[in-house]
Design a protein. Structure first.
Length: 95
């Protein structure tokens, strides 16, 4: 972590169900990618070299296989990560 930014390498071979971070904006830089990225109800096919920006409080999901550099600002904190399923179970609706 540098200052108020966190950088990580992310790997996926499967699916991330709808999730959002309520505090951090997020940037994915995809490497070795063949995946579907759903953001704001729009599905985008991501490949090597693609970049996706996700604003805080925006639900998104990913399905497929990729390696990516993941940047969060402010730095990632798990307590700020909300899944759509968790919000539904807690409040009976999406967050």
């Amino acid at each position: 972590m540098v200052g108020n930014i966190s950088v990580a390498v992310s790997h996926l071979n499967g699916k991330i169900d709808k999730t959002k971070n309520i505090e951090s904006d997020r940037i994915y830089y995809f490497i070795n990618a063949n995946a579907k990225f759903e953001l704001d109800n729009e599905i985008v096919h991501v490949n090597d070299g693609d970049v996706i920006f996700v604003s805080k409080n925006t639900f998104y999901s990913i399905e497929g296989k990729f390696d990516a550099v993941l940047i969060n600002t402010p730095a990632f904190d798990l307590k700020n990560e909300i899944s759509e399923m968790w919000a539904y179970e807690k409040w009976g609706r999406g967050y």
